[in-house]
Design a protein around this ligand. Structure first.
Ligand code: NAP
Length: 316
């Protein structure tokens, strides 16, 4: 049987909401899509690319009669959005989200979910450093992971429908607890972003190297960090405010390992350096083998920039 949804409501139509709307329509998964956003200007952008069947500035109106509601707003905005929509959610509807931190989403939204609504939080591990409706594209989720973190008591049928939804969008789906998810993304995504923000900030503050030299000589190392450090400031602020414990734990490990490297550089321990760099090269190889990156010269930057999308940096 083909998977379909009657009415899909997306609250937030930035990169992720827009990509979901486009992918769901392209795959013929939905009979009707309604979207809501905060600012009239963003709504107009969504309208300009014919993203949905109905457009709202009132999130409550958008979720009326919806079978599946997905919150696609920054994690720090979910409480306010939920206050608007909770009284209008249809009994039997599935409520989901795409937030990059899951423990916080469970703690905030869990107690607010009305009786009879199935709460299946999610996190598509796909993105770019671009924001807004015009940044969305329907292939965003293809061959990417989507992690779902429903509580064990949640209706199995609702969970399997969400799994089917993401698989139809092209993703591989995995279920795990919210706390485990937050630990995994702290080390695979959040700490790397913090490092990128920090290194770009440090270079910006340097007095011995002029800004024009930084731009002129930015070789692949620094340049790749700048791509990640161009990610949305509000979204990333919320990630670090809401995944504090896991990030601090992983950051502690990272700093310990950095001190070991610092010592190896200071004492000229070439063996230690080469041994680590050999291990890390093998990790990159396994990421390519797993289909999560391409093995192209210059990290595929040239091919990607000539297409209509850039690299996947910025994904949380
Ligand atoms: P985005 O492009 O910046 O879009 C954000 C959307 O949320 C816009 O529609 C915006 O509305 C709305 N919004 C922002 N603040 C709001 C508030 N305080 N109240 C109500 N609506 C608000 O963001 P995105 O990249 O799609 O990210 C959305 C969610 O996806 C975040 O939770 C993020 O953690 C998660 N995520 C992002 C990525 C990624 O790489 N970008 C990957 C996976 C998951 P207006 O424009 O009208 O203000």
């Amino acid at each position: 049987m083909t998977f379909t949804i009657g009415k899909l409501a997306l609250i937030g139509v930035g990169l992720i909401g827009s990509s979901i709307a486009q992918a769901a329509r392209r795959k013929g998964l939905v009979a009707q899509t309604s979207v809501a956003t905060r600012r009239a200007e963003t709504l107009e952008q969504a309208r300009s690319i014919d993203l949905a069947d109905s457009y709202h500035l009132d999130a409550g109106a958008a979720v009326q009669d919806a079978d599946l509601v997905i919150l696609c707003v920054p994690v720090g905005a979910i409480r306010g959005v939920m206050e608007e929509i909770a009284p209008r959610l249809k009994p039997g509807a599935i409520l989901s989200d795409v937030g990059s931190v899951k423990g916080h989403v469970h703690r905030v939204l869990g107690p607010m979910v009305p009786e009879g609504v199935h709460f299946v939080p999610g996190h598509p591990m796909a993105g770019t450093e671009h924001s807004g409706p015009l940044a969305g594209f329907p292939e965003l989720f293809e061959n990417r992971w989507c992690i779902l973190t429903p509580e064990p008591h949640v209706d199995r049928e609702a969970v399997s429908r969400m799994c089917a939804f993401w698989r139809e969008l092209g993703s591989d789906v995995e279920l795990m607890s919210a706390d485990h998810h937050d630990m995994v993304v702290a080390i695979t995504s959040h700490v790397p972003h913090l490092v990128a923000y920090n290194i770009v900030g440090t270079v910006d503050d340097l007095e011995t190297v002029s800004k024009s030299e930084v731009i002129k000589f930015s070789a692949s190392g620094f340049r790749d960090f700048t791509r990640i450090a161009a990610s949305d400031p509000v979204m990333w602020r919320d990630v670090f405010l809401t995944n504090r414990d896991a990030v601090l734990e992983m950051l502690g490990r990272f700093l310990e390992d950095l001190s070991v490297l610092q010592r190896a550089v200071r004492v000229g321990d070439g063996e230690a350096l080469e041994s680590l760099f050999t291990r890390t090269r093998a990790i990159r190889r396994s990421i390519i083998d797993a289909g999560q990156e391409i093995d192209a010269a210059d990290f595929g930057r040239i091919q990607r920039m000539s297409g209509d999308r850039e690299g996947e940096g910025g994904a949380t």
